[in-house]
Design a protein around this ligand. Structure first.
Ligand SMILES: [Zn+2]
Length: 505
C-alpha cells in the first residue's frame, strides 16, 4: 500500500496518509479521515470547555449552581450529584433512529434534551470551582488536575499541595508559577525543574537546591546565574535582589529571560523514549507527532496530553490510563478500548459517537449512559437488533451525510461537527491551541461568546497597589483589584466592567 496525499476538507492544506495509517483504519474498521490531523484536533477541542465557569439554574431542582454551561446554552443541566444519582432514567430520553434525516441532526436533538452534568469534577471536597478534575480537596480554579490539596489556579497539576499558579506539574509542594515540573518543594517561577528545592527561576534543572536563576544544572546548590557561591555568600546575595518588590521581581524576570537565551537547549523534550517525534514525551515508545505524552504510551500517533499505558491509539487527546484502540477521541480512557468519535467516556469498550458514557459497551450515538449495552440514541436494543441496526445507520450516514453551514460534509468517520458543541469556540481550549479573533471564528462557522457583563466595583486600582509586599495590609483580601490588562487581553482576561478604559501605557 502506498502513501496517499489528501486535501483537508477544512483548511484545504494537503496531508499524507501513510501505509501504517491505512492498516490502523482497517483494524478499527473506519474510513480514512477527510480533515488533516491538526484540524481534527481543533475540531475535538471545540468540545472541551475546561475553565469558563458560570452561574446557572440546574434543571432538576432549580438551584443556582456553578456550571461550565452558561445559562444561554440550549442544553439541560443537572448538578453533578443529581446527575450521578439514580433519581432519573437516562433511557427515558431515548429516540428511535430516523432514516429520513441526517445522523448528526438526530444527535443534535438528543444533545438538546439529555441532561448533562454541570461540571466534570469528580470526588471533590470543598473544591466547587474546578472542572475536568478528580479527587481534589480544598482547591480553587484547578482544571484538569487530580489529587491535589490546598491548591489554586492550576491546570494539569497532579498530586500537589499548598501551591498556586501551576501548569502541568506533578508532586509539588509550596510551589508557585511553575511549568512542566516535578517533585519540587518551594520552587518558584521555574520551567522543567525536577527534584529540586528552595529555588527560583530554574530552567531545565534537576536536583538543584537553594539556587536562583539557573539553566541546565544538575546536582548543584547555592548557585546564582549558574555561578557557584558559598552558602553564606549565597544568602547575602539573595537578600540584595529585594524580591519583596514587584518591580525588582519583574526586572529579574526579564534578566532571566535574556540569560536563558545564552544556553543550548534540547530540540525537544524527549526523555527515556524511543522512536518518537513530538515534544514533551517521557517513557514512551513508537509514537509519532505526540505532544505532552507520558508513561508507557506505545504505538500511537497524533496525540495531545495522553499516555499512562495508552496503546495503539491515534488522533486523540486527553486520553489514557490503560486504554487502547482509541481514535478521534477526547477526554477519558481508564481501561477503555475501541472508543471512536466520542468524548469523555471511560471504563467502556466498543463505543462510537457517544458522550459522557461510563462502564458501558456497544453504544452508538448515546449520551450520559452508565452500565448499559446495546443502545442507540439512548434507546435499548437486544444484541441482535443492535448488530443489525448499526451497519444500516453507518450506511445511512454515508448516503445522507450532514452538511454544515460552511459546506463541510460529515459522513461516517468524522467526529461531531463543531456546530454540535454545547460551547462557543472561545470558551474552549481550541482557542488556546488555535487562537482566532471573533471575526475569524465566525467566518469559519464557529460560534463565539462575548464576555458576560460583570458589575464588580473596583476598590483598588492597579496603579495604587503597593510595590513592596511589606507595604501590603491584610485588608487587601477584601479589595476588588483592577486587572492590569484592564480586561483587554486576548486570553479571556477578567474584566470588572464592560466599559473599562484601554490602558494608555
Ligand atoms: Zn486541515
Amino acid at each position: 500500500m502506498n502513501p496517499e496525499t489528501k486535501i483537508c476538507q477544512n483548511c484545504k492544506s494537503s496531508f499524507i496518509i501513510e501505509p501504517e495509517d491505512f492498516k490502523f483504519y482497517e483494524k478499527i474498521k473506519v474510513p480514512p479521515p477527510t480533515w488533516c490531523p491538526e484540524c481534527q484536533l481543533m475540531r475535538r477541542l471545540i468540545f472541551r470547555n475546561e475553565h469558563n465557569l458560570y452561574r446557572r439554574k440546574e434543571a432538576a431542582e432549580g438551584r443556582e449552581i456553578i456550571s461550565m454551561f452558561s445559562q444561554d446554552k440550549p442544553v439541560v443541566v443537572f448538578s453533578q450529584d443529581y446527575w450521578l444519582s439514580d433519581k432519573w432514567d437516562q433511557l427515558a430520553y431515548g429516540m428511535n433512529y430516523d432514516f429520513s434525516q441526517p445522523f448528526f441532526e438526530q444527535m443534535k436533538e438528543l444533545l438538546g434534551k439529555m441532561p448533562l452534568p454541570a461540571l466534570l469534577n469528580i470526588n471533590a471536597v470543598n473544591s466547587e470551582y474546578c472542572n475536568y478534575t478528580f479527587s481534589n480537596k480544598n482547591c480553587y480554579l484547578v482544571f484538569g488536575g487530580d489529587f491535589n490539596e490546598d491548591c489554586a489556579y492550576g491546570t494539569f497539576n497532579m498530586y500537589s499541595k499548598d501551591s498556586f499558579d501551576l501548569y502541568w506539574v506533578n508532586k509539588c509542594e509550596l510551589c508557585y508559577e511553575d511549568i512542566d515540573s516535578e517533585n519540587c518543594y518551594k520552587v518558584f517561577f521555574s520551567t522543567y525543574a525536577r527534584d529540586s528545592t528552595e529555588s527560583s527561576f530554574l530552567y531545565n534543572c534537576s536536583n538543584v537546591n537553594n539556587s536562583l536563576g539557573c539553566v541546565n544544572l544538575r546536582n548543584k546548590s547555592y548557585c546564582i546565574f549558574n555561578k557557584q557561591y558559598a552558602k553564606e555568600e549565597y544568602r547575602r546575595k539573595l537578600e540584595e535582589f529585594g524580591f519583596g518588590s514587584f518591580r525588582e521581581l519583574n526586572g529579574f524576570k526579564e534578566r532571566f529571560k535574556e540569560f536563558i537565551l545564552k544556553f543550548p537547549r534540547r530540540y525537544a523534550e524527549i526523555v527515556k523514549s524511543v522512536n518518537i517525534t513530538g515534544h514533551n514525551v517521557h517513557n514512551t515508545k513508537n509514537c509519532k507527532n505526540c505532544f505532552d505524552v507520558y508513561d508507557n504510551a506505545e504505538d500511537c500517533k497524533n496525540l495531545l496530553i495522553a499516555g499512562w499505558e495508552l496503546k495503539d491509539s491515534r488522533n486523540s487527546d486527553h486520553v489514557g490510563h490503560k486504554a487502547e484502540l482509541m481514535y478521534e477521541f477526547l477526554g477519558g480512557g481508564r481501561g477503555a478500548s475501541r472508543i471512536l468519535f466520542s468524548y469523555f467516556c471511560h471504563s467502556s469498550h466498543d463505543i462510537q459517537y457517544s458522550f459522557n458514557c461510563r462502564s458501558s459497551s456497544n453504544l452508538f450515538a448515546c449520551i450520559g449512559l452508565r452500565n448499559k449495552s446495546y443502545c442507540i440514541l439512548n434507546k435499548q436494543y437486544t444484541k441482535e437488533e443492535y448488530e443489525k441496526l448499526v451497519p444500516k445507520i453507518i450506511e445511512h450516514m454515508n448516503s445522507m451525510p450532514y452538511i454544515d453551514q460552511k459546506g463541510r460534509v460529515y459522513k461516517y468517520g468524522e467526529f461531531f461537527p463543531p456546530e454540535l458543541s454545547p460551547f462557543s469556540y472561545n470558551e474552549t481550549i481550541a482557542q488556546e491551541y488555535f487562537p482566532l479573533s471573533k471575526d475569524e471564528a465566525l467566518a469559519k462557522g464557529y460560534s463565539w461568546k462575548d464576555p458576560e457583563p460583570r458589575n464588580y466595583e473596583i476598590t483598588l486600582k492597579t496603579e495604587d497597589l503597593p510595590d513592596h509586599i511589606k507595604d501590603v495590609p491584610d485588608s487587601i483580601l477584601n479589595e476588588i483589584i483592577q486587572c492590569a490588562h484592564f480586561g483587554h487581553a486576548m486570553s479571556k482576561c477578567t474584566s470588572v466592567t464592560n466599559n473599562a478604559p484601554r490602558p494608555t501605557r
